[in-house]
Design a protein around this ligand. Sequence first.
Ligand code: GYE
Length: 292
Amino acid sequence: MGFAQVGAESGWRTANTKSIQETAKKDGIKLKFSDAQQKQENQIKAIRSYIQQKVDVIAFSPVVETGWDAVLQEAKRAHIPVILTDRAVDSKDTSLYKTFLGSDFVKEGQKAGQWLLDNASTSDVNGDGKINVVEIEGTTGAAPAIDRKKGFEDTIASDSKIKVIASQTGDFTRDGGKQVMEAFLKSQKGIDVLFAHNDDEGLGAIEAIKAAGLTPGKDIKIITIDATHDGMTALSQGEINYIVECNPLLGPQLMDLAKKVVDGKSVPQRVVTEETAFDQAQATAALPTRQY
Ligand code: GYE
């Protein structure tokens, strides 16, 4: 298997890489692994080299949704099956890949929005009758950034008190989250809530909020996605208020699908991973047995 990973941008990604590498080893699958450092051109290069090396199957987590048709057609012409892992592409021709294994990101955004609807009465921290939300988005053009934004914003639209007053990308990193939050704290008045597209951005933002003399989780309510160990720790300490889970442990399902595809067996076009969500008490209960 040739696997073209996005990068090492977040705790989620580190857990995902580990799961893929460990499962390949356990299952006796020879893994060629590359880290694209969040650059599409690097991923395309890696995929081309896997085609040249005539691997049996290519799997990759596309950094952005667009621009994959040419290289996927090259793989198809070389009769090398492709499995999309974690993130989707927007290619109209679905014969360019065998299956897409990963989360339902729209649903994740909806769950984040639903928590805010359910907790609206305690989320108007500034008491001005409106709930001012700032949003730190994931990597621009990435499936999880596009879909989480849509799910969240569609859901909160049913309560006219809740408004997203500013939205910027933090590139799914801690540093990005910190910088964007610093800028929001300077440019925006009366921020009640932060919705960050992943834990790392939220954790970076927490540093900025503390540096501004505010208490994260109280002065600004925080909702994130992933439920990594660091995120869950902050949630259990009350610095984050709600986390929607996104499971990175895709290794076992990926290797299963890969074996089937290589054996010429049929696989479903879409495999959605099972996920939940956590509040403070649930995070405290789940932390001791958390795998990532
Ligand atoms: O939420 C984020 C990571 O594609 C689901 O990428 C993944 C996202 C995840 O950097 O932490």
